[in-house]
Design a protein around this ligand. Sequence first.
Ligand code: ADP
Ligand code: 5GP
Length: 202
Amino acid sequence: MQGAILVLSGPSGAGKSTIINHASDEIGEYYFSISTTTREPREGEKNGVDYYFVTHAQFEEGIKAGDFLEYATVHGNYYGTSLKPVNSALEEGKLVIFDIDVQGHRLVRAKMGDYVTSAFITPPTLSELEKRLYARATDDKSIIERRVKNAKEEIHALGEFDFIIINDEIPKASAQFATIANAARLKQNNEELEKFVKIWDN
Ligand code: ADP
Ligand code: 5GP
């Protein structure tokens, strides 16, 4: 049995973490891919839980060693997905959830498109995004401004995704996410289809 990948992208502050946590009881067993980053931990974030926090030099060693399925520079920091735990989870037949940016989505789709279902999540408007980033109160004004500027560019990648979730009300957006996650599990890759046809034919 093979697993499946669900990529969740959207501007920082769109509600990706909130929605994954809220929907977690409805989407069965899954593996959340913990990314590696060079950004500073926010208050309350834990190494190995939210991210693996590393230095620039450590990240670049990882690149050289071929440790990353994908990596990108986002808001001036490196962010990357480690290949090994993702492969292990897929081999165990799990649904693997990625919270990565639009560049990461492109790279994962190019490498493992057969396994990928993707959703882009956004608040209803840019001003609502800004409001939530200020309300979250985890970043300085200059960092928030940078994230808002980045969001204005990211929104143009909407058409590259299978689904869009407008995160207006948390319960509604979480229910939509759970539907997408459960459908992602049912997506079959070509290898599995060929196996099925062989058995079916016998
Ligand atoms: P992301 O993981 O995409 O960066 P978060 O999940 O941290 O975003 O959400 C950003 C902020 O917005 C948090 O303070 C969260 O509580 C809040 N939030 C999330 N969804 C909603 C919503 N539908 N309405 C109002 N606030 C929300
Ligand atoms: P934050 O700093 O708010 O946690 O994340 C900033 C942005 O980086 C978000 O858009 C998030 O989805 C993205 N991101 C987090 N981890 C990864 C990763 O491993 N790869 C890529 N490409 N983007 C990531």
